[in-house]
Design a binder for this molecule. Sequence first.
Ligand SMILES: N[C@@H](CCC(=O)N[C@@H](CS)C(=O)NCC(=O)O)C(=O)O
Length: 214
Amino acid sequence: MVLTLYGKPMSTCTRRVAVVLVEKQVLFKFVPVDFSTGEHKTPEHLAKQPFGQVPYIDDDGFIVFESRAICRYICDKYPEQGTSLVPIELKAKALFEQAVSIEGSNFDQFAAPAALEKWFKPNKGLKGNDELAAALLSTLDKKLEGYEAILSKQKYLAGDEVTLADLFHLPYGSLLPKIGFNGLEEKPNVARWWKDITSRQSWLAVKDGIEETA
Ligand SMILES: N[C@@H](CCC(=O)N[C@@H](CS)C(=O)NCC(=O)O)C(=O)O
């Protein structure tokens, strides 16, 4: 049975997985989960994703949720296929793990809640907390100085090869200009990196949503 991705076509975490599936040249089926009917909170969905969220994958009966864990699983399962994305050599791997942590500690922690306040809540007709978002984005801007220092010495966050750590930034990074934050374009090496990863065919293929497959 073909690997099936359950998610929302435009959800950030669903597209994080989809971009990696495309990079790894893994054929997959996409099944949309209908948030408008609360499908993600049904017992059937909760049996697969106990937090009532997307995405999850079903790989021939093997269920995995959490977008980054799914991406790691895909890379482990298909090490020889598509772009490498996860180094094997000891020190390269340590630097990769460092880069993965950088995304979690210095980017997602600020970008995701800022997007919640300035994008997701207003899009649902709810009032976002602009003050909180401004504080988060201001911290993110400071954190990007660290990115600039790293990226002034190497092409990507873990070295000179693109890895999962870079791709993990794509969904929330792409939302930032929509909430008035252009910090990814303002520092020369961050801007060069950002242009590079957002121009990848894999991202261009999924950035505007994932198509339902039969
Ligand atoms: N850490 C999870 C986060 C998943 C997540 O926040 N999913 C959102 C869509 S991007 C969702 O399902 N939201 C609905 C909800 O929380 O009720 C992951 O990376 O998969």
